[in-house]
Design a protein around this ligand. Sequence first.
Ligand code: ZN
Length: 196
Amino acid sequence: MTSPPIVQTGAPGLRSRAKEVAPEQIQTKEMQDLVTTMIATMRAAPGVGLAAPQIGVPLRVIVLEDREDLLKGLTAEERRERERAAFPTRVFFNPVLKPVGEDRAMFFEGCLSVKGFVGLVERSAEVEVSGLDENGAPQTWRVRGWPARILQHEVDHLDGTLYIDRMKTRSFATAEHAKALYGGKPIAEIRRMLDL
Ligand code: ZN
């Protein structure tokens, strides 16, 4: 299957509120095909999450996963700081997110719709997300660390928000510069370097 192109920043569709999916629509071929396409597109990119508006579909659907092969470039310490580990694919229709507790975490984040750049974004360290799964069944997931970050990033897409709206603008960098300057460094050191 050829993946659809990923919509890039500037496109109005990334700045609009996506619409709820009627629960009875979830098991239609159209919605099942959408989920299949989204997962394939996320993997081909490759990325750890995708929201339907990123492939031009204005609906409240997100997919996310993290895989060992995407973690290879991180040191053990970077994985620990980010609370990042592989997890199986999750699909949410109509996700509703709430932060859990007061803990915040700041790390570099990128977006398949802002290709080639990254920026430091502070987000809730832990969230609880509720919605419907790919079969239309209700599901709730309480999670910390990197999956919590991915969820906040993807649900933002459904409301027309991009990470660049939330980032520390001084940190905005090409992925190449960020890797060369900050790769392997603890977040405290990165923040000192950027005076953040
Ligand atoms: Zn994104």
